[in-house]
Unconditional design. Structure first.
Length: 137
């Protein structure tokens, strides 16, 4: 925790001031401050303030150079909220654990099958289990 007196607090400039100074959107300044990339950035009561002398040392990122973190196999990162053991435990206790990706794959496969057979999309959706597919038809 950094201690700061009121005189120094009054000298801090805002996110908007820094964004105008470097001609970047406010969201870029906030993201970079949160990542710790802007020198002289302080968070006071949930808001960012910047030391006007030190912030001039910052070089904003070039447009389109944001780094997207990927896994070793090339897939993008995703969040998993259950371990395999937790999922198995919940399934054995009678809870239904579904993967939304599997449901989406099944919907896509049903649409492809309906398209291949020439059936209208509404009929395929009703067969798939969507009770509101023919609503308004």
């Amino acid at each position: 925790m950094t201690e700061i007196d009121f005189a120094a607090l009054e000298e801090l400039i805002t996110v908007t001031d820094v964004a105008e100074m470097f001609e970047v959107p406010n969201r870029i300044v906030r993201r970079e401050a949160q990542a710790g990339n802007i020198p002289g950035a302080l968070q006071v009561l949930g808001k960012y303030g910047f030391d006007p002398e030190r912030v001039t040392e910052w070089t904003p990122p070039e447009a389109g150079t944001r780094v997207v973190t990927t896994r070793e196999d090339g897939r993008q990162r995703y969040r998993i909220y259950l371990t395999v053991e937790e999922a198995v435990t919940l399934k054995t206790q009678g809870f239904e654990v579904t993967d939304p990706r599997e449901a989406a794959k099944a919907r896509r496969a049903a649409r492809k099958a309906a398209k291949a057979t020439g059936a209208p999309a509404a009929e395929a959706a009703v067969e798939e289990g969507d009770p509101f597919a023919d609503f308004g038809a």
